[in-house]
Design a protein around this ligand. Structure first.
Ligand code: UT7
Length: 338
């Protein structure tokens, strides 16, 4: 049977390091508050002084590493999937822009707009394309540029201290094998009734004029707004449920999972998840302290680092991915290395 196998990974963050102390200088916050409430110590933001860099540029850098490690040329790809909530422009999608940067001109490119679960929806989509024979060599990228779209005044401090820029990329190949390997199970969910718990409203196609002339550019609707505590509570409740659902689908017990790589939204969410599941805390991977929440990039960056550190990646290792975010959307995917 054909299985979806991760051949390689890559990651990229822009060089401009922004510490919590740097943020103390621009808005009313403190290193202590940020560390205590989120676990974040620093993040990387693109430097507007050096020219604005879009999500596809960050994704391009991560893709170069993934392609080189896989030993693939861009021409070998038969599909590109790009997950982002911060596309370079309103349309066309960043997948098309990345495709052109890779020197291609006919390879299909699909954008996924699922925010923090972009990786989970994207990996499940890549798996479906491979298993139905629609593609066999996929480049899958999660990339975000949050820093140019946040309210960097005290009004937006709950969001601004959390989000970072970055990109992760995977080369995924359809391989014929009798081994039980690759994507073993995917469980995806959404509840659009809670869309306003985390959203950016403007520009909006549901208005007579997308950029209303009477609305100041300082209007909060131009910036992401979040009901942080509602999302926190929802995450702590839904993540264990969806993890159990994917374990059941894969017919696995939790103790057969070698590493859980959750979305990096808040260290306390992931610690609460560990307590709820009653698992050894070393089995949950964290890197939010270094990068903040990079949304669609957070799980692929974490996977890349976990593989580089030798925490996961040997033949037979099983990793479980899980996350919840805007939409609301949530999900879990289980993957076994070949
Ligand atoms: O990845 C996408 C999905 N998003 C998430 O998963 C986020 C989930 N939520 C969270 O991570 C947390 O809710 C936050 C980190 C966003 C906020 O932490 P919290 O412990 O829920 O704080 P809170 O919103 O209840 O606010 C507590 C206080 C408030 O002050 P008062 O009203 O008690 O005086 C806030 O104004 O903390 C204040 N506050 C801040 N203080 C210093 C909010 N943001 C900041 C800040 N610095 N950056």
């Amino acid at each position: 049977m054909i299985q979806s196998i991760i051949k390689s990974s890559g990651m990229f963050v822009p060089p401009n390091l922004v510490t919590n102390h740097d943020l103390e200088k621009i808005l009313d916050t403190s290193d202590e508050w940020i560390k205590q409430r989120t676990g974040i110590e620093q993040r990387f933001w693109i430097d507007p002084e050096e020219g604005v860099t879009g999500s596809s540029d960050l994704g391009f850098e991560a893709s170069k590493t993934a392609l080189k490690t896989a030993g693939w040329k861009a021409e070998d790809l038969d599909f590109i999937i790009f997950a982002t909530l911060s596309p370079d422009i309103m349309f066309p999608g960043s997948g098309c822009l990345l495709q052109a940067k890779l020197g291609l001109n006919s390879t299909p490119a699909l954008d996924i707009r699922q925010q923090c679960t972009g990786f989970l929806y994207g990996l499940a989509t890549a798996d479906a394309y491979i298993k139905t024979g629609l593609a066999s060599k996929i480049l899958f990228v999660g990339a975000e540029v949050h820093s140019t779209g946040m309210d960097k005044s005290t009004r937006g401090r709950d969001i601004t201290v959390i989000f970072g820029d970055g990109a992760g990329a995977l080369c995924i190949e359809g391989i014929e094998t009798n081994d039980k390997a690759g994507v073993l199970a995917s469980s995806l969910h959404a509840d659009g009734n809670l869309a306003d718990a985390l959203m950016t409203e403007l520009p909006a196609s549901n208005l007579p004029v997308r950029l209303p002339p009477d609305v100041s550019l300082d209007d909060p609707r131009y910036f992401p707004v979040m009901d942080g505590s509602a999302i926190f509570k929802k995450a702590v409740r839904m993540l264990p449920q969806v993890i159990n659902e994917s374990l059941e689908k894969a017919q696995l017990d939790l103790d057969e999972i070698d590493l859980i790589i959750p979305h990096q939204a808040n260290m306390r969410i992931n610690q609460a998840l560990g307590k709820f599941l009653k698992i050894d805390e070393n089995k949950i991977f964290h890197n939010i302290q270094k990068y903040g929440n990079t949304t669609a990039a957070s799980i692929p960056i974490a996977l890349h680092e976990a593989m580089e550190q030798g925490r996961i990646g040997k033949s037979g290792d099983i990793v479980l991915f899980a996350g919840l975010g805007a939409g609301l959307t949530w999900g879990s995917v289980i993957y076994k290395f070949l």
